[in-house]
Design a protein around this ligand. Structure first.
Ligand SMILES: Nc1nc2c(ncn2[C@@H]2O[C@H](COP(=O)(O)OP(=O)(O)OP(=O)(O)O)[C@@H](O)[C@H]2O)c(=O)[nH]1
Length: 434
């Protein structure tokens, strides 16, 4: 049988400190202050960080020049925190509540203005933590104790209302960008060009281009032209907000390169068109293969995750109360194995195989998988010939592999696919240091 993975595919090396929390970053992955050249693990765009490391004075919240310190390197502890910022009524609360608290988008019409820092969290494969900063809070002013807000921040998400006049928002965004570059260079800056629903394609494109151009030009003038800022077009009324959040969160996972390599190998060996590792509850994907991503692929896979969750609601969850609600705060989706340092992850064999495969439309041909193991597995086709189909395999209670199968991966390849997915599953266990 054709096997997928070589022995040495997984990184980092075995003698590294285990990372039970997927978000804990060991800062020794980065070049030390004493090194003159960037290490292999540092992409060229991060060279400026190396330079800053050499210059930066050590102060508790912002320092990362640990290279000359004794003892173990400092690590980013706990869950990564996302900060939502932007002008009034740009949609900060809406994004936070729709993504993390599963509020129906239409209900955001009735949200009240935010006057204090509002936090949200969601327990799933990862524990998401986010906070919304009210516009009127002067968090950037020197008098403000900004360490309380920005320490251990993973990413700042700046939201621009594209249906409103956005020049003021851009100038505020630039203040934040410069502040982060000077004080918290490890925090990612992500810009959501938001409320794109109802805009013409041409207007959307022009707005996107203009915002990006202005920000990059101004940042260059401030001397931070090499600071990476990412831009996304988002709306809470479609899947774009989930796709954007996936990309924001993926960047914070130290295991991402290993997961991407595994999924890319799986795709090329089994002729899979696109493979996603989904956090089942939030519908945020934490990794995908390296082929281009299209919103349509994400949409169809995300809808399939919904169907799977609905079926689990009907037939019950093996490790959790059957009547648990679907939102993010319920216990059935907790993955205690990845939450505490002392607990070993156990992400194999937690779910029985789905008895019923979902049917999406009249023309779909659901098939149920044979009973060869104890993992949740299902397939659904969306053409009469059965050549195009989706394949789902649960990796854990709250992590699912969803694949869009391409030409040449028909039913005769079923055994090969199952075999390789089994290997992927084992490899993922190693990535998360079982
Ligand atoms: N069309 C559209 N409207 C949106 C979107 N996101 C949010 N809104 C609307 O924008 C309005 C303001 O949303 P909020 O989430 O309250 O904005 P905010 O930034 O938290 O507001 P403050 O707390 O007052 O600063 C609400 O009426 C939302 O329904 C979107 O993607 N598209």
């Amino acid at each position: 049988m054709h096997t997928l993975f070589g022995e040495n595919i997984l990184s980092p090396a075995a003698d590294q400190v285990p990372l039970p929390d997927p978000f804990e970053l060991a800062f020794n992955l980065y070049p030390s202050a004493s090194s003159d050249t960037p290490s292999k693990s540092s992409p060229p765009q991060n060279d400026w960080l190396t330079q800053l490391q050499k210059q930066a004075p050590t102060d508790g919240a912002t320092s990362f020049s640990h290279g000359t310190q004794q003892g173990p390197p400092p690590r980013r502890k706990g869950n990564p925190r996302l900060l939502f910022m932007g002008l009034r009524r740009c949609g900060k609360s809406s994004v936070q509540k729709v993504v993390f608290q599963k509020l129906p988008p239409a209900d955001t019409l009735y949200l009240e203005a935010t006057n204090k820092i509002e936090k949200a969290s969601m327990q799933s494969f990862m524990n998401f933590e986010s906070a919304e900063i009210p516009t009127q809070l002067p968090v950037l002013s020197p008098e403000y104790e900004h360490a309380t807000v920005f320490t251990n921040i993973g990413a700042v998400i700046w939201i621009i209302d594209s249906q409103d006049e956005y020049l003021t928002s851009i100038s505020e965004l630039l203040r934040v960008a410069v502040f982060l570059a000077e004080n918290y260079p490890r925090a990612n800056l992500e810009v959501f060009i938001h409320k794109t629903d109802g805009l013409s394609e041409e207007y959307k494109y022009d707005t996107f281009r203009e915002v990006r151009q202005r920000v990059q030009d101004e940042l260059s003038d401030f001397g931070y032209g090499d600071r990476a800022v990412s831009y996304y077009q988002t709306s809470i009324f479609d899947h774009s907000i989930f796709e954007a959040m996936s990309k924001v969160i993926m960047k914070l996972l130290p295991q991402l390169p290993a997961m991407e390599t595994l999924l890319t190998k799986l795709c090329s060996t089994c002729r899979i068109q696109k493979a996603y590792l989904f956090d089942t509850v939030s519908k945020i994907y934490i990794a995908t293969d390296t082929s281009p991503t299209f919103l349509k692929d994400y949409e169809v896979c995300s809808d399939y995750v919904d169907v799977i969750v609905d079926i689990k609601q009907l037939y019950g969850w093996l490790d959790a109360p059957k009547d648990a609600p679907k939102d993010g705060s319920q216990p059935q989706n907790e993955d205690p194995e990845l939450e505490s340092e002392g607990t070993q992850p156990k992400i194999e064999g937690v779910q029985p195989k789905s008895e019923a495969s979902p049917s999406k439309s009249g023309s779909s041909q659901p098939k149920s998988a044979p009973d060869t193991n104890m993992l949740g597995e299902s397939m659904v086709t969306f053409d009469k010939g059965g050549d195009n189909y989706m394949y789902a395999r649960e990796i854990s209670n709250s992590l699912s592999l969803i694949c869009l199968m391409g030409q040449g991966s028909g039913p005769d390849k079923r055994k090969l696919i199952e075999y390789n997915v089994d290997i992927l599953h084992d490899a993922l266990l190693q990535v998360f240091k079982v």
